[in-house]
Design a protein around this ligand. Structure first.
Ligand SMILES: N[C@@H](CCC(=O)N[C@@H](CS)C(=O)NCC(=O)O)C(=O)O
Length: 218
């Protein structure tokens, strides 16, 4: 099986897939950098790969492109079930997916380049107001997750004592909220405890955006 992975150091959605790949011990054969800071995602050559002009994207052998980080991670889970990223029981799986989706579906989309560019370019918001928007949605997600994580199903990680997709997505959320948008995370101690726990694992720390080729030193 050959894998071609389209990603970028700064991309939180790429970070999620990098973690899932590392966790399952999968090494893509080719990693293609799509420089979001230079707008490379909007060039025709990449649009031909993913018409949505978003990373990550994954091409396995000669199959049609896989897109959307959750779909890619579920594909990896189904094709490489060990070690698992989902619990076995349906209620547990639903809880894990629910926590993951708070970050993936509801807060991350509010902070991506196309949205920030639209707010400042089309709607003429100044940079501080745009950042206020981003931080608002980041904080909403963090606060909601914090409440879910106070349930007894939470353990060392978001769901019990083993890593799941919820932790993968939580890690992306925290990196975005802290390293990129300087949100105040003092009121979400469970989120931060789990993030710190995840970052002790190489499968989380090695794929960190700021450790990727091309990333700035800080
Ligand atoms: N829901 C998508 C989000 C993908 C996404 O927005 N990716 C960002 C980078 S993290 C991107 O490519 N942005 C380009 C842009 O906004 O123009 C996923 O989870 O894969």
């Amino acid at each position: 099986m050959s894998m071609k992975f389209y990603a970028f150091w700064r991309s939180i959605a790429s970070f999620r897939v990098r973690i899932a790949l590392a966790f399952k011990g999968i090494k893509p054969d080719e990693i293609i950098d799509i420089d979001l800071l230079k707008g490379k995602q909007r060039e025709d050559s990449f649009r031909a790969v993913n018409p949505q002009m978003l990373i990550p994207a994954l091409i396995v052998d000669d199959s049609p492109v896989l897109f959307q980080s959750m779909a890619i991670m579920e594909y990896l889970e189904e094709t490489h079930p060990q070690p698992p990223l989902l619990p076995k029981d349906p209620l547990g799986r639903a809880r894990v997916r629910g926590i993951a989706q708070i970050f993936v579906s509801d807060s991350h989309p509010m902070s991506v380049p196309r949205i920030r560019n639209y707010l400042t370019g089309e709607l003429k918001l100044d940079n501080d107001t745009m950042l206020k928007w981003v931080r608002h949605w980041q904080n909403e997600a963090l606060r909601a997750a914090e409440t879910h994580l106070s349930q007894k199903a939470t353990g060392k990680y978001c769901h019990g004592d083993t890593v799941t997709l919820a932790d993968v997505c939580l890690a992306g959320q925290v990196v975005g909220a802290t390293a990129y948008f300087k949100c105040d995370v003092s009121s979400v101690p469970s989120v931060m405890r789990i993030y710190d726990q995840c970052m002790k694992l190489e499968a989380f720390s090695r794929p960190h955006p700021l450790k990727q080729p091309g990333a700035p030193a800080h």
